[in-house]
Design a protein around this ligand. Structure first.
Ligand code: ADP
Ligand code: NI
Length: 218
């Protein structure tokens, strides 16, 4: 099948699936990850572009935060879609692996070692969680979950299980310390590292300023 037509069909499929989810997790997140992944692939001059595009586009079609099914649901749905569209088994299997590895659990572990395609798509997804976009997404998610923006009485927490993370009512500022500030050191590619550096500094400035204003000092 023509690659362009496969990508267009994939976009339509993903858009129909994502309609069910919240605003910070919508098609535009996927579109940004897709663009970031393509540009990291070009800068690194590495990886199979079709695998990268398919994995980026399909990576969030069934986020486990929004359903009670198994973590592997998204990967399985993506696999069935690809096989239906005539993608060969080997490529479809690789894309499914990337999607499954990007699920929540692997994000809590140290740097992943896997294919360059996985590394690039994971970097793209992590970059979209930081910087100005990352700040906006965090507060959007916090609002969706009806969480406070900040509460000095609520300590930072580590989550040992997915259930604890899903149930948490921690304020959104905590999320910066629990996840967003950690992402810079988890980047796989040199291109990803450089992009994360700038976005990280921007978030640090934001939180500094936030605390000053909280205390009425600015
Ligand atoms: P992604 O789609 O980038 O893989 P997630 O599914 O983990 O990321 O989360 C979607 C968005 O919601 C991200 O921008 C993330 O930072 C944000 N988010 C996730 N958990 C929280 C939380 N507890 N508080 C605030 N924002 C959160
Ligand atoms: Ni994502």
């Amino acid at each position: 099948m023509e690659i362009d037509s496969l990508i267009n069909k994939t976009i339509a499929f993903v858009q129909s699936k994502l309609k069910e989810f919240d605003g910070g997790h919508d098609w535009f997140h996927t579109e940004r990850v897709w663009k970031l992944a393509k540009s990291i692939c070009a800068k690194e001059n590495a990886g199979n572009l079709l695998i990268i595009e398919l994995a980026a586009l399909l990576h969030d079609i069934a986020d486990s935060k929004f359903h009670d099914g198994p973590e592997s649901l998204g990967g399985d749905m993506a696999y069935d879609f690809m096989i239906n569209e005539g993608v060969n088994k080997e490529s479809a299997t690789h894309v499914r692996e990337i999607i499954n590895q990007m699920s929540f659990k692997s994000r809590m572990t140290e740097k992943s070692i896997s294919s360059i395609e996985f590394q690039i798509v994971q970097d793209a997804d992590r970059i979209d969680a930081i910087g100005a976009i990352g700040i906006a997404r965090a507060f959007n998610y916090g609002g969706f979950k009806n969480r406070a923006i900040y509460d000095p009485e609520k300590p930072l927490q580590e989550y040992s299980t997915i259930e604890a993370y899903k149930k948490s009512d921690a304020p959104t500022i905590n999320h910066f310390y629990e996840k967003l500030f950690l992402l810079k050191n988890l980047m796989n590619t040199e291109t990803g590292k450089a992009m994360a550096e700038e976005r990280h500094l921007y978030m640090e400035e934001f939180v500094k300023r936030f605390m000053k204003e909280w205390d009425g000092k600015a």
